[in-house]
Design a protein around this ligand. Structure first.
Ligand code: SAM
Length: 190
């Protein structure tokens, strides 16, 4: 059940992916027959439950969050949703410190939902981590509408604009922007 993870999200005010974005993540994980997924930004575990539902029954979700208490919520959410403890590897720490420790080319899907200001770093690391034909996804690229507002010039929005441009201009990536949740920007590694 997702009820537990969403209730924790509502109680704590930690933002979580919406049902449409979650369904897209689940579908992607299933279409990729994903055995290994990296998530940046565990939160209370809502997106993790969607990913685990789409992955192979023996697949492992590696999920990173700078706030260990959130991973405690997430672990409880995975358990409440019926997933064994060994299906999720929760790594506490900042993405900038943790991602470089993960192995090259071993992951089917990288889901980025951490600090948008670090999007460029997340993209570089995702391309390194993905196997060929793997997929990277960024949640929240609409920035609650700010992406399309010319006067919006905060560092977060600027970082997401740079991310969109980098993905569009990349020879390595084949992108698609899904209008689900707050904008899910996906790209296949060629
Ligand atoms: C929007 S929440 C994630 C929600 C979750 N993906 C979901 O849909 O249920 C963003 C998370 O990113 C984490 N975060 C923010 N900056 C981070 C960083 N530099 N490294 C790792 N995690 C970070 C926050 O602690 C927060 O839990």
């Amino acid at each position: 059940m997702l009820t537990y993870a969403r209730a924790q999200s509502a109680r704590t005010g930690i933002r979580a992916i919406g049902p449409s974005g979650g369904a897209a993540l689940r579908l992607l994980a299933a279409a990729l027959d994903a055995k290994a997924v990296v998530e940046i930004g565990t939160g209370t575990g809502v997106s993790g439950v969607y990913l685990l539902r789409g992955m192979r029954p023996d697949g492992v979700l590696t999920t990173v969050d700078a706030e260990p208490v959130r991973q405690q919520y997430a672990r409880e959410a995975y358990r409440a949703a019926g997933f064994a403890g060994n299906r999720a590897r929760c790594i506490p720490g900042r993405a900038r410190d943790v991602l470089p420790r993960l192995a090259d080319g071993q992951y089917d899907l990288v889901f980025c939902d951490g600090d948008p200001a670090d999007s460029g770093f997340h993209l570089t690391e995702a391309v390194r981590l993905l196997r060929p034909r793997g997929v990277v996804c960024f949640e929240g690229v609409f920035q609650e509408g700010r992406l399309a507002e010319p006067e919006a010039d905060d560092p977060q929005t600027r970082a997401v604009r740079d991310l969109v441009a980098d993905i569009r201009e990349s020879d390595t990536l084949l992108p698609a922007l899904l209008p689900v949740s707050d904008g899910l920007l996906c790209a296949v590694k060629r």
